[in-house]
Design a protein around this ligand. Structure first.
Ligand SMILES: *[C@@H]1O[C@H](CO)[C@@H](O)[C@H](O)[C@H]1NC(C)=O
Ligand SMILES: *[C@@H]1O[C@H](CO)[C@@H](O)[C@H](O)[C@H]1NC(C)=O
Ligand SMILES: *[C@@H]1O[C@H](CO)[C@@H](O)[C@H](O)[C@H]1NC(C)=O
Ligand SMILES: *[C@@H]1O[C@H](CO)[C@@H](O)[C@H](O)[C@H]1NC(C)=O
Ligand SMILES: *[C@@H]1O[C@H](CO)[C@@H](O)[C@H](O)[C@H]1NC(C)=O
Ligand SMILES: *[C@@H]1O[C@H](CO)[C@@H](O)[C@H](O)[C@H]1NC(C)=O
Ligand SMILES: *[C@@H]1O[C@H](CO)[C@@H](O)[C@H](O)[C@H]1NC(C)=O
Ligand SMILES: *[C@@H]1O[C@H](CO)[C@@H](O)[C@H](O)[C@H]1NC(C)=O
Ligand SMILES: *[C@@H]1O[C@H](CO)[C@@H](O)[C@H](O)[C@H]1NC(C)=O
Ligand SMILES: *[C@@H]1O[C@H](CO)[C@@H](O)[C@H](O)[C@H]1NC(C)=O
Ligand SMILES: *[C@@H]1O[C@H](CO)[C@@H](O)[C@H](O)[C@H]1NC(C)=O
Ligand SMILES: *[C@@H]1O[C@H](CO)[C@@H](O)[C@H](O)[C@H]1NC(C)=O
Length: 793
């Protein structure tokens, strides 16, 4: 009997199930429909029943979103207005007769779920997990266009959006980790909790390693392929799930999880699936400790894989007992220290072995272990030092991105203020910290430091003033080249070199690569972990005069980081000798490329280079921490790497734009790239670079120098007026000889060039607009005659 009953019940259930399914086949949601958390329905299901849109429990109330319906739990894949507080069970979601989808809270406030330009006439929860609104069967809004922390099969992440992690598995508000498809073609994961701008290169902890490409979107397809695509549908596979059971219904999702790791999951719906319905098929990082910011400020990560924990440094206490990830604090502040500039406080120093910081030290100097410890005690800014293979790396508080693991043979010294030694947790792994007590007498510089390192130290103290705030030579591009490993810090930081080191590296300055504004540049080879690296070493001349420029260059370059700028790797200063160490670019300067090439470089390449240069200048003008006017843009200062990416070098004349200082003094006028303001003693603005760029642009177009004497007619001597005349008379083809070029692009480029070289700086466009015009996003009006030349010629 019981058996019969059971079978009957089963049949009944099946019937109900089938009926439900049939209802959902036609699941177009009509105007006037509504949902409420309390009463039926509280959600709209997709035809398959695997996805639902509606109210789900959040905190003490409810949120509106989309989830994968599963056993034993549902998985939220999208949340509407995720940072709004949860609503009570009396809220309703109405798809009103006016064609808008609106959440009405208990107290009568309304909040649209979708920002619509038009009104909708129907909606649908699709089997892909996409919730769409229609007007005349055109999709006018879809949840796929507004990703939160998850991509579903068929969904794209474009450069417009970021995936932002949830706070926790139960709170879907915006968390601290983000994944971005960058305009340089790299997919990068960042942490946004360190007080630095959210996409500061220093906050990056993972990159796809595809920078320099044209990849512009991340796509997850329905078969579990996670790929980057460019405009020509070229793909780079990040993950290929070759899951065998894919004949069954499976759903893939790629989520940036609350722990900062980007994972691809597979959901399947076997009848008997209980715990194994969800499974990780790929993840970008194996180890949570590799995620920067997984542990908060002044705490460090220890452990492996998922089995990790955060610990406070000795002398620091947890900010919130329940969440070490929020970080730790110490009630000694830097202000205390600066106020007592010439008094040395008594610090105790603790030692932690096997430490590593992914953050940048503000100073890296070679010295002995004991001197290293002392140098921190005596430096007011220093919060901790890391002693690693002879290098003394000094860090400021707060300490970021700390990690401790057995296979790092480093020694960290952490400053401890008297009385601040309470309640810190002792890590189980790998061994507890040793506390070394040390009384430090009131001496600023210890006699124990050798003479040579005194020079270094003084210099380091001097530059730490510049670098102290934000020192961000650290590059996400590097992440892709070398996975984050111990010792990496050294490669990311401006290093100081001894003169002897650099003399050896260049084989006594044997091979001269060229001459920049401030001296000759030599090719050199430096040892790095696992090999050697070719570098370009610039030996500054006229050092007495050049000191200011040198410091300027250090500061400016130390803070910049862009694909189209040459990277500074280090420096040396010993007495009157000052040298800079740059990355080496194998393809020489743009001047050689354009003017001294046997064959005319191909048009497409030149167009790309022009855009590269523009982007580099835009970065200097508008995107880096301190605005920088280059003041000396010319083809000799633009270098090409092995993939012919243009990088701007030589910030020797760069003048940091201070709020009240817009003119530069003491600059010698040297060539055809300089804006007329220079001669007139008029105020100097970013527009001088726009002028120089205009000339460079014309040079790139025509593959000839701005002033050229070996020409057929006098009219052609000055490139700018020749270009204008050709443009004016509709003979642009003269400029490019017999080349096959895109005529539209050519015209656009010439017009932009002519706008850039207008005599009146206010007529010249900003670099941002230059790029928009070159890319064709913005129309280019007909340029007037560049007045300056009508007078001069
Ligand atoms: C979710 O996290 C946010 C940010 O931490 C917090 O403000 C909010 O109160 C949390 N919501 C719930 C329901 O716990
Ligand atoms: C999952 O969602 C379905 C409706 O889509 C709901 O009936 C069920 O109660 C949810 N399960 C849990 C554990 O919340
Ligand atoms: C919902 O409304 C009813 C009736 O107005 C009220 O009694 C109840 O407390 C409300 N519920 C919540 C969670 O506010
Ligand atoms: C929203 O839907 C609820 C439940 O169907 C209904 O009582 C309410 O009047 C609707 N509100 C509006 C503004 O349409
Ligand atoms: C569809 O959009 C048009 C505007 O593009 C609007 O005039 C029209 O009312 C909308 N249709 C419906 C059914 O809402
Ligand atoms: C995602 O990008 C691919 C490749 O560009 C495109 O074919 C597809 O239509 C896009 N999907 C969505 C939902 O926009
Ligand atoms: C980063 O965090 C700040 C402060 O919490 C927040 O205002 C900002 O929106 C976040 N940025 C992103 C991209 O999430
Ligand atoms: C993904 O993996 C499967 C099985 O290994 C293979 O057959 C397929 O070709 C791969 N797809 C791509 C695009 O490489
Ligand atoms: C690690 O944690 C994540 C997120 O909580 C989970 O999805 C994953 O399965 C865990 N991995 C292991 C090996 O436990
Ligand atoms: C920590 O957790 C306990 C119980 O788990 C709770 O009573 C306490 O309020 C929490 N403290 C904080 C600061 O969240
Ligand atoms: C730091 O905290 C300790 C213990 O809470 C307290 O005794 C001491 O006075 C504090 N020091 C300062 C400078 O606030
Ligand atoms: C620091 O050192 C002094 C002198 O040795 C000692 O009295 C004091 O207890 C130490 N403080 C801590 C926090 O270890």
């Amino acid at each position: 009997m019981a058996m019969v009953l059971a079978v009957f019940l089963l049949l009944l259930l099946l019937c109900l199930h089938v009926r439900a399914d049939q209802n959902q086949q036609s699941n177009l949601i009509k105007l006037g429909s509504s949902l409420s958390p309390r009463t039926d329905p509280s959600s709209w299901a997709s035809p398959s029943g695997h996805f639902a849109f509606g109210f789900y429990p959040q905190g003490n109330g409810f949120a509106v979103g989309i989830w994968i319906v599963g056993l034993p739990k549902n998985t939220t894949v999208w949340t509407a207005n995720r940072d709004d507080p949860p609503v009570s069970s009396n809220a309703t979601l109405n798809f009103t007769r006016d064609g808008v989808l609106v959440l009405r809270t208990e107290d009568g406030r309304e909040r649209p779920i979708a920002d619509l330009e038009d009104t909708a006439d129907s909606a649908s929860m699709l089997d892909t997990g996409n919730f769409v609104l229609y007007n005349n069967s055109d999709v006018i809004w879809e949840s796929f266009d507004h990703p939160t922390n998850t991509l579903l099969g068929g969904q794209n992440l474009t450069q417009r959006d970021s995936l932002i992690s949830a706070v926790s598995s139960s709170n879907h508000s915006s968390g601290i980790f983000l994944l971005r498809m960058q305009s340089d073609g790299n997919l990068v994961a960042y942490v946004n909790n360190s007080g630095l701008p959210e996409t500061d290169a220093e906050s990056a902890y993972w990159a796809s390693g595809t920078s320099g490409s044209d990849f512009s979107l991340l796509n997850l397809n329905k078969r579990g392929l996670l790929r980057l695509f460019d405009y020509h549908s070229n793909a780079n596979i990040l993950a290929n799930s070759s899951y065998a059971g894919s004949k069954r219904i499976t759903i893939y999702r790629a989520t940036i999880d609350p722990d900062g790791i980007f994972r691809m999951y597979l959901h399947h719906f076997f009848d008997s699936c209980t715990n194994s319905c969800e499974k990780v098929v790929w993840q970008n990082l194996e180890d949570r400790c590799e995620v920067k910011g997984y542990c908060g400020l002044n705490s460090y990560c220890s452990g492996r894989g998922n089995d990790t924990d955060c610990y406070c440094y000795p002398g620091f206490t947890v900010i919130s007992d329940n969440k070490t990830s929020l970080g730790c604090s110490q009630n000694f502040t830097e202000d205390d220290c600066i106020g007592r500039k010439y008094q040395v406080k008594q610090y105790n120093i603790t030692t932690l072995e096997n430490m590593q910081w992914a953050d940048n030290p503000y100073s890296v100097i070679q010295m002995k272990k004991d001197d290293c410890k002392k140098s921190c005690q005596e430096d007011c800014y220093c919060g901790a030092v890391l002693y690693s293979s002879g290098n003394c790396n000094r860090y400021k508080l707060p300490l970021r991105y700390g990690r401790r693991s057995k296979n790092m043979s480093t020694l960290a010294f952490i400053k401890l203020i008297h009385g601040g030694f309470t309640n810190y947790r002792t890590p189980m792994v790998p061994s507890s910290p040793t506390v070394i007590n040390e009384e430090n007498p009131h001496l600023l510089l210890s006699v124990a430091i050798s003479l040579g390192s005194i020079t270094c130290l003084c210099f380091a103290l001097a530059i730490s003033g510049f670098l102290i705030y934000k020192h961000r030579i650290h590059s996400y591009r590097k992440h892709s080249e070398n996975k984050i490993t111990p010792g990496l810090t050294e490669q990311f930081t401006i290093r100081s070199f001894s003169f002897i080191e650099l003399r050896e590296a260049t084989d006594n300055f044997k091979e001269e690569l060229g001459r920049g504004s401030f001296g000759a540049v030599y090719k050199g080879t430096l040892p790095v972990t696992g090999g050697t690296k070719i570098v370009a070493i610039k030996k500054l001349e006229n050092v007495e005069d050049g000191e200011r420029e040198f410091q300027k260059e250090m500061t400016a370059i130390g803070r910049t980081n862009h694909r189209n700028l040459v990277r500074l790797l280090g420096y040396c200063v010993e007495g009157s000798k000052k040298l800079l160490v740059y990355e080496y670019l194998s393809n020489g300067s743009l001047a050689d490329f354009l003017f001294h090439n046997k064959v005319r470089p191909i048009w497409k390449e030149r167009v790309r280079i022009a855009l590269d240069v523009a982007k580099g200048i835009l970065y200097l003008h508008e995107e880096c921490v301190v605005r920088i006017i280059h003041c000396n843009i010319r083809p000799q200062n633009i270098l090409l790497d092995d993939s012919l990416t243009a990088k701007i070098s030589d910030f020797g004349l760069a003048k940091l734009l201070m709020a009240n200082q817009t003119s530069v003094t003491g600059i010698k006028i040297t060539g055809g790239h300089l804006a007329p303001e220079w001669q007139r003693n008029a105020p100097i603005s970013v527009k001088v670079d726009v002028y120089s760029f205009g000339i460079v642009l014309l040079e790139i177009i025509c593959c000839r120098s701005s002033i050229e004497l070996k020409v057929c007619t006098a009219d052609e001597i000055l490139l700018s007026s020749w270009a204008y005349n050709c443009f004016h008379s509709g003979e642009l083809n003269k400029l490019v000889e017999d080349e096959e070029v895109d005529l539209k692009m050519l015209e656009r480029m010439v017009k932009v060039g002519l706008w850039c070289i207008q005599d009146d700086p206010t007529l010249r466009p900003s670099m941002k607009n230059v790029i928009l015009m070159l890319e064709g996003t913005m129309d280019v009006p007909i340029p007037p005659y560049p007045l300056h030349y009508s007078l001069d010629v």
